[in-house]
Design a protein around this ligand. Structure first.
Ligand SMILES: Nc1ncnc2c1ncn2[C@@H]1O[C@H](COP(=O)(O)OP(=O)(O)OP(=O)(O)O)[C@@H](O)[C@H]1O
Length: 330
């Protein structure tokens, strides 16, 4: 659970657009949320809703054709907006780290894993060679890699997928960042390894009070790990609430649809996965009004004419919907 209300990552009304030949396309449309110290905040939504873009903005690692149109990103109170690339290199790894979905693409295949973790320490910390070695061994131990002295010299291909993911987590942890962004950290792993990885992330939060922004399309992973959940749709947060509240009383029809797509939550006898009818709208031609209107069973006139803003509807629970479901509905 979160320890304090200290905000470590503050995303303020973030609008991001892609420059394209046919004109700018707005992919994030005013995203707002705060990640508190020691908190695990899940960011969920279907493919293309802007989860990765939100994650990448938190490290100012945007694609070349993307620009921040409005808003700000603050890490420990410091705005990233005006910072140069060299300043950002000081912040990445030290204050905010990222764990990617596929460790094989993030790790250098030609360098022993111990040296790769050491590299991060070299950039950010003033340690002797011996101190760096000891720190790497300590990190390998902390992420549950057996025989760390022997593993130090191994290359990524000599490790299993789960072990490689642990190496990535050790690298992310190396300099004691306040925030870890985990983008689909378990998607590429098989089910038993996934469970171990979720346990490891929970232990890291508990041991170091690290805050984790957990990006996933998997509501099961959210149920397991997150304290709070933000649901994204077409570049906006449409609902945000503590995890139990969101699972017990979802109010946005889209959130209800996502929850219904978890097999174990379906009451029907076949246990069939219900997918949400329709598809995510094209960002180039979003309707006026609510972007979920075409897929929504509850859409009314208001939904067609005006896009609802995110509004507080209970303690720590906000929704952007003209007709939010009441308790027991849906
Ligand atoms: N380099 C780019 N140029 C143009 N549009 C892009 C680019 N990168 C992403 N987009 C668009 O921005 C939107 C948000 O993408 P993003 O990758 O953040 O979605 P996501 O929710 O993380 O999806 P997924 O779960 O598939 O990773 C998408 O509509 C995507 O097509």
């Amino acid at each position: 659970m979160q320890d304090t209300d200290h905000v470590v990552l503050d995303i303020q009304n973030l609008v991001i657009a892609f420059e394209q030949l046919s004109g700018d396309v707005t992919a994030l449309r005013g995203v707002n949320f705060q990640l508190k110290q020691g908190e695990i905040l899940g960011l969920v939504g279907e493919s293309g809703c802007g989860k990765s873009l939100t994650a990448l903005s938190s490290m100012k690692l945007l694609p070349k054709n993307a620009k921040i149109v409005e808003g700000d990103i603050r890490v420990n109170g410091r705005s990233l907006k005006g910072l140069s690339e060299s300043k950002m290199r000081e912040i990445r790894g030290k204050e905010v780290s990222m764990i990617f979905q596929e460790p094989m693409t993030a790790l250098n295949p030609l360098i022993p894993i111990g040296r790769q973790i050491e590299e991060t320490l070299l950039i950010h910390m003033d340690l002797s060679r011996k101190e760096r070695y000891n720190r790497v061994i300590e990190l390998l131990n902390a992420v549950g890699i057996p025989e760390p002295q022997a593993r130090f010299h191994q290359f990524p291909y000599e490790l299993s997928g789960g072990m490689r993911q642990r190496v990535m987590i050790a690298t992310a942890l190396a300099c004691g960042p306040k925030v870890i962004i985990a983008d689909e950290p378990t998607t590429a792993l098989d089910v038993t390894i996934q469970a171990q990885m979720l346990k490891l992330l929970r232990n890291i939060r508990d041991s170091f009070q690290t805050s984790i922004l957990l990006i996933t399309h998997d509501m099961g992973v959210i149920a397991d790990l997150a304290d709070r959940v933000a649901v994204m749709y077409a570049g906006k947060i449409v609902e945000i609430a503590p995890v139990e509240e969101l699972f017990d009383h979802p109010t946005h029809p889209y959130t209800v649809g996502l929850l219904n797509s978890i097999p174990s939550m379906i009451g029907d006898e076949d246990g069939e996965l219900q997918s949400i009818p329709g598809s995510v709208p094209d960002l180039k031609s979003l309707p006026i009004g609510c972007s979920f209107q075409a897929r929504c069973l509850y859409a009314t006139d208001a939904c067609i004419h005006e896009d609802p803003a995110l509004k507080l509807i209970g303690p720590d629970h906000s929704v952007a919907c003209w007709n939010p479901l009441q308790k027991g509905e849906g």
